[in-house]
Design a binder for this molecule. Structure first.
Ligand SMILES: C[S@@+](CC[C@H](N)C(=O)[O-])C[C@H]1O[C@@H](n2cnc3c(N)ncnc32)[C@H](O)[C@@H]1O
Length: 311
């Protein structure tokens, strides 16, 4: 896929109906030859729309007007380029816990949670947040995570978590203002509800920080898993991570996680784990597949805002 095609695809499948400003920007960048030339001088992983838009926002640039965005990005290209090269998309979306919850609540309790690709670890607190699936509310904490769920029997209660740990190539720290401002810049401009969700979830994590280990999800997983208490169900999970991992390493991870005790919960784009025989997704928008121990269970929207269980 060319860089221009990647921007068209992002606008159509991720931003449309979700972020009008990013949808406009994606369409404009896809036809902006001078900006595309600069982007094509970067490694492929550094050309992606979400990273570029977040970096420009983080530097104080405009994202609501494509012409102003173009001017700012071209004028400040050395600074934009430096940030693109050092930063990565590490969006940490606590809302994805709404998708994980039904699976986690149905496993033998208590749980020892180990998240690979944890970012700042905000998805390690599914027991502390509250959930609304239509009229059905689960849990009593903050933030309250709304999820439009079709075909789901909502869980009666949140899971019991006795251990939580995260592994990430670059763990972020919710008590570090620079890390929090980057997490904030990664949230799309119109998403005030996600910004307040970030603040509420960061307060939960800051009050009881998770064990976050810097490391790779293949090389460093066995050592961290060995630290989990033996009298709890180990759950290794990940959401929106494996698309950042090269295919041979994904395969090594899948083999490794299959050898560990406990369960494996994945919430990833369908092509990433290559499931056979999936039903059609409910809409053309980008969906993840929620799976338990390699068995696909449901389609889930990217930020946990909706899910559709397979029949
Ligand atoms: C898009 S973020 C998702 C964060 C979190 N799972 C969530 O859903 O909110 C992907 C995270 O995976 C991490 N990551 C990518 N490749 C990794 C690897 N090989 N080992 C560990 N972490 C990795 C990145 O650093 C980043 O923090």
């Amino acid at each position: 896929m060319t860089t221009a095609e990647a921007y068209v695809e992002f606008g159509r499948r991720e931003a449309r109906g979700v972020s009008p400003s990013y949808e406009r920007l994606s369409a404009a960048v896809a036809h902006d030859e001078s900006l595309l030339t600069l982007l094509d001088g970067l490694p492929p992983a550094k050309r992606q729309p979400n990273l570029l838009f977040s970096v420009v926002r983080w530097l104080g640039g405009p994202v609501d007007d494509p012409a102003a965005f173009h001017d700012f990005t071209m004028t400040h290209w050395p600074a934009v380029k430096a940030e693109l090269l050092t930063r990565a998309t590490q969006t940490n979306e606590a809302g994805r816990c709404a998708v994980l919850l039904p699976v986690l609540a149905a496993l033998p309790q208590p749980l020892a949670l180990l998240e690979v690709g944890a970012s700042a670890g905000l998805c390690l607190y599914p027991d502390r947040y509250a959930y609304r699936y239509g009229k059905h509310q689960v849990g009593a904490g903050e933030p309250v995570l709304e999820c439009a769920a079709a075909g789901l029997v909502p869980p009666a209660r949140v899971p019991r978590v006795v251990w939580r740990a995260g592994l990430d190539l670059n763990p972020l720290d919710v008590t570090d203002p620079d890390d929090v401002s980057w997490l904030d810049a990664l949230i799309w401009p119109e998403h005030a509800h996600r910004r307040s969700r970030l603040r509420a979830a960061a307060a939960v994590a800051a009050a009881d920080p998770p064990l976050l280990v810097r490391g790779d999800l293949v090389d460093d997983l066995p050592a961290l898993a060995a630290r989990a208490p033996a009298d709890a169900t180990l759950v290794v999970f990940h959401t929106s991570v494996l698309y950042q991992v090269p295919p041979p390493r994904r395969e090594a991870f899948v083999r490794l996680v299959g050898e560990l005790p406990g369960h494996w919960v994945a919430n990833e784009a369908p092509e990433v784990l290559g499931y056979d025989g999936l039903p059609d997704p409910p809409t053309d928008a980008l969906h993840n597949v929620l799976a338990l121990d390699g068995r696909p269970l449901a389609w889930a929207r990217g930020h946990g805002q909706a899910m559709t269980w397979f029949g």
